[in-house]
Design a protein around this ligand. Structure first.
Ligand SMILES: *Cc1c(COP(=O)(O)O)cnc(C)c1O
Length: 452
């Protein structure tokens, strides 16, 4: 029998009418293994904090999403949204599964090329593409998703007199019944701007209009919004056919599917309220199938889902630095990871599980990170069992956006490891060191010395 861990005594107010006299429990057991690999073993070997990615969860999520669409519609293509997680090993798992690359800057574009994605399988989105960037994309036969008229004119100027044609699509924004509307990207459907852009492109021989694109928002809780968006894209595919006798090959519904994380302020758990891949697929594919296209004119449907594809596969392991009591009596726990590497803590209530056995006593806890900054709050109110200094925790569903939006501030960024399908662990990104951080710095000669 192992020795029970010490827990300090505490007094808890009992409220009548709550679920039971011990409060609600967050957990039924500790999470001490990920894909059968020991959490404490990982921390011992690779340090704390540590990002862990499950290759098996990535692949099964991808397969599940693809199944939901392919069983309903004949022509489906996924493109991996680089900004969601552009660690090369992560991108390549999705490329191995068949995903193209979806990039929103020349930096991401270069990553996709270096990963070996063929130029004609790269979708170039985003509001910022320089003339040089567009030239590269044209030369590589990439799909250029035009965001605004200035980009359209710049591309027209670039192509003038040349022999090379550009494969283009326009990004559209529209009212899908979800507000606030994302109208800062692309051309508006309702006010005729999108139709105007299509006509301008169609009148240019150097541009081939291959697709229509939209990305209506992120963490979309309404599958119906995709049905509205798909209908509006189909409507302009149809108009283009009627006016120009030109078949638009694909419609790209972007990303935005919700992951099972729980949004701050949400009463219900994310997993209980989000639409499934099947719900989204049903909304999109039946709209396109019922629109009235002839079978040979059915457009390819492209999806750029990011968050929902990788969030579940990512974990953040960390350690308890200290416990303290706030002035109002609440318990606070300080972890060795903060908003510097857990950016999504600003809008999610991430589930946090202890990595060692615990008793059934839980207490409302404020979770802080290690930064010397007041904003470094990982969770401002979570029911956790008592944790001791040195205990470990697992933060769930952190695969999306944290490993791209993290910042080097006060602390250095930790290692990222991947657990492969055999249970072998690979470092896929090294931790930062003072050397790697200082490498791009330069000291002018007169600032190299001082005496104190
Ligand atoms: C960010 C982004 C995505 C991925 O969005 P998720 O909400 O993570 O699914 C897809 N397409 C475009 C154009 C994007 O900017």
């Amino acid at each position: 029998m192992s020795k029970k861990t010490y827990e300090r005594p505490f007094i808890q107010q009992l409220n009548t009418g709550s679920m039971n006299k011990f409060g609600t429990r967050t957990e039924f057991g500790p999470v001490d293994r990920i894909d059968n690999v020991s959490v404490k073993g990982l921390i011992k070997e690779y340090g704390s904090p540590l990002f862990v990615i499950s290759e098996s969860t990535m692949r099964s999520t991808y397969k599940n999403a693809l199944r939901a669409f392919k069983t309903r519609y004949p022509k489906i293509q996924f493109a991996w949204s680089y900004k969601t997680n552009y660690i090369n090993a992560v991108c390549n798992v999705f490329h191995q599964e068949g995903a193209w690359a979806e990039v929103v800057s020349i930096f991401e574009y270069q990553k996709a090329i270096r990963n070996g994605v063929p130029g004609d399988k790269i979708i170039f989105n985003g509001p910022e593409k320089s003339k040089e960037d567009l030239k590269t994309a044209v030369e590589n036969n990439s799909l250029i998703h035009i965001d605004h008229f200035d980009e359209l004119y710049m591309l027209a100027e670039l192509l003038e007199g040349g022999s090379k044609k550009a494969r283009v699509a326009i990004r559209m924004n529209m009212d899908t019944g979800v507000y606030p509307m994302w109208d800062r990207f692309g051309f508006n459907y309702e006010n005729g701007q999108a139709w105007n852009a299509i006509n301008k492109i169609m009148s240019h021989d150097e541009m081939i209009l291959e697709g229509l694109h939209c990305h209506i928002g992120t963490y979309m809780l309404s599958a119906n919004a995709y049905s509205v968006a798909a209908w509006k894209l189909c409507d302009l595919v149809n108009h283009t056919k009627l006016k120009w006798n030109h078949t638009i090959k694909y419609i790209d519904l972007g990303g935005g599917f919700a992951s099972a994380n729980t949004l701050k302020g949400s009463y219900l758990q994310g997993a209980d309220i989000i639409p499934s891949f099947d719900d989204y697929a049903e909304a999109i594919t039946s709209t396109v199938l019922n629109f009235g296209f002839k079978k040979e004119d059915l457009p390819l449907i492209i999806l750029e889902t990011g968050r929902a594809m990788v969030d579940d596969a990512g974990y953040l392991l960390g350690s308890v630095i200290a416990n303290k009591t706030l002035s109002d009596g609440r318990r606070a726990t300080i972890f060795d990871f903060g908003v510097n590497i857990l950016f999504t803590a600003f809008w999610y209530n991430h589930k946090i599980s202890p990595a060692q056995p615990f008793s059934h006593h839980t207490e409302e806890t404020v979770c802080y990170g290690p930064l010397c900054m007041n904003i470094d709050v990982v969770n401002d109110n979570i029911s956790l069992p008592l944790l001791n200094q040195g205990d470990n925790v697992v933060v769930h569903r952190v695969g999306a956006y944290n490993m791209t939006q993290w910042m080097q501030f006060i602390q250095m960024r930790p290692k990222v490891v991947l657990i492969d399908l055999k249970g072998d662990v690979h470092i896929i990104r090294e931790n930062e060191t003072v050397d790697t951080i200082e490498a791009p710095e330069r000291k002018p000669e007169h600032l190299t010395k001082f005496s104190l």
